[in-house]
Ligand binder design. Sequence first.
Ligand SMILES: [Cu+2]
Length: 152
Amino acid sequence: MTTLRFSGAALAALLFALPAAAQVTVTDPWVRGTVQGQLATGAFMKLQSAKEARLVEAASPVAGVVEIHEMALENNIMRMRAVTALSLPAGRTVELKPGGYHVMLMDLKQQMKEGEVVPVTLVVESGGKRETIEVKAPVRAPTARNDMMKKH
Ligand SMILES: [Cu+2]
């Protein structure tokens, strides 16, 4: 008779391996703080997916509308526009940062105050499966470099 024995670590590895998920890691999430009356801001973070995946949706209870945006040159002017998906190549870190890709939070329901934590839900698709990732993004101070907000 064979006895199967798992060490705690092996068991934990087995349990984590069970869902056939994209295994997306989110690091350094943050939201740019806003001044009173400001209706839009950006959320930034680093995403890394173990498998080929795509960020297809984002949501947050603090915003009425949330979109995935990219910055692109149009007639020599940097503008941002919504994209339907952001591709996450396997094993590569994709950075959402000011001046680049970002999660756009619009129709803000409240002021984003430094030190507060904003929940952001990301929906990632991989191999036809969708996975939801809950992110807690701390609010950083609004900076002087606020040009990306003026395009709205
Ligand atoms: Cu934007």
